[in-house]
Design a protein around this ligand. Structure first.
Ligand code: ZN
Length: 363
């Protein structure tokens, strides 16, 4: 049987025919802003929870009814919802009543809030937003259903929008991402000439650039070594290379350098204005001796920006959490193993003790 092939998508076609050199130029020069990868609370459709709502007999008694209910039937997990709207009052969630011995909301009120036993004309079950709104647009959507408490956050609004970075910031981020591709170009061109984007996009290899934005300087770079070592993914090597700038590092101990000298001069020829090097690392003893604060010396990847060709896997993403990275940028999604968008959003897990921001959409 003949296999029917799907026609290549526009992006796949581009990868097949664009040279890596041209692609790197496009990554560097495009004016397209980047997109933040935010938690599902921002992006998924509103989740609703079923609640009992009572219509009061006498609207003039509404504030008294609310005071009594807040005292005897506090809303707990539904704090983001205003208790009343016009002549309607939220009583409790359906889920809560299901855990109680009473069979109906009227029976529950008679048993627990006796003074309100005749307060309601009738009851209904209705779906109300389960979580507080995070963005103005959610608040507007929610308010069509019920009134919500909402405190707008200008930073989150900007992060959700499509103009987060200024043109100068964008140029810097795009330049560092282009350098990540240039690292791949440098190593791959030793094996093959006339490289295409597909040589990178269709492989699993990765390259990483670590930048200290406070001094606008590349602190460490790395290229994948997963073929020779199961955990030497590019991001893990980059973290180790950053450690080398702070009297640490465990891998490739022979050179003890965060940046390969030959690769650095290759990059400098193509990206003439780019700076290399970390801020001076001060040991605890020196900090104490000079009466300096610990924040005056770099600590792991605190405050650093990490640029990766490809969305990192769970191991690398967790490594970047442990390393205290500040922002992670990646170009290609990793549909099978990516941990910052494709398979999960590790940076959005509330129980982790450190969170970084993630940006993509370079293409
Ligand atoms: Zn990895």
């Amino acid at each position: 049987m003949t296999e029917v092939k799907e026609p290549p998508t526009k992006k796949a076609k581009m990868a097949e025919t664009t040279t890596l050199e041209n692609f790197i130029e496009n990554i560097k020069n495009s004016k397209k802003n980047l997109m933040a990868i935010l938690s599902d609370e921002f992006t998924k459709p509103t989740q609703f929870t079923q609640v009992y709502v009572g219509t009061v007999n006498n609207v003039q008694e509404l504030s008294k009814i609310i005071t009594t209910l807040n005292d005897k039937m506090p809303l707990k997990e539904l704090q983001h919802l205003k208790r009343a709207r016009k002549n309607e009052v939220i009583l409790c969630s359906v889920q809560y009543l299901n855990t109680q011995p009473q069979n109906s909301i009227q029976e529950y009120i008679e048993e627990n809030v006796y003074e309100l036993k005749d307060a309601f004309k009738y009851f209904k079950v209705t779906g109300l937003p389960a979580m507080p709104p995070k963005l103005k647009k959610q608040q507007q959507e929610f308010s069509r259903v019920w009134s919500c408490n909402f405190h707008p956050n200008a930073y989150l609004e900007k992060l959700y929008g499509d103009q987060f970075f200024s043109i100068n910031e964008l140029m810097e981020h795009r330049c560092y991402m282009a350098i990540a591709f240039e690292i791949a170009n440098y190593y791959l061109s030793k094996l093959k000439s006339n490289l295409l984007v597909s040589d990178v996009s269709e492989s699993s290899l990765n390259a990483t650039v670590v930048v200290d934005p406070t001094i606008k300087s590349i602190v460490a770079i790395s290229y994948d070594n997963r073929e020779n070592h199961p955990t030497q993914h590019s991001a893990m090597l980059a973290i180790d290379n950053v450690a080398k700038t702070q009297n640490g590092g465990a891998w490739n101990t022979a050179d003890k350098s965060a940046i390969d000298n030959e690769l650095q001069s290759h990059i400098q020829k193509k990206f003439v204005n780019v700076k290399f090097g970390a801020r001076n690392y001060l040991t605890k003893e020196v900090l104490d001796e000079q009466k300096k604060n610990a924040s005056e010396s770099p600590y792991l990847c605190t405050g650093y920006y990490i640029y990766l060709i490809r969305e990192p896997c769970v191991m690398c993403s967790m490594g970047l959490v442990h390393a205290r990275a500040n922002r992670v940028f990646f170009c290609f999604n990793n549909n099978l193993k990516g941990a910052l968008s494709s398979k999960t959003k590790l940076h959005c897990v509330p129980s982790l003790n450190h969170h970084f921001e993630v940006f993509t959409d370079f293409l």
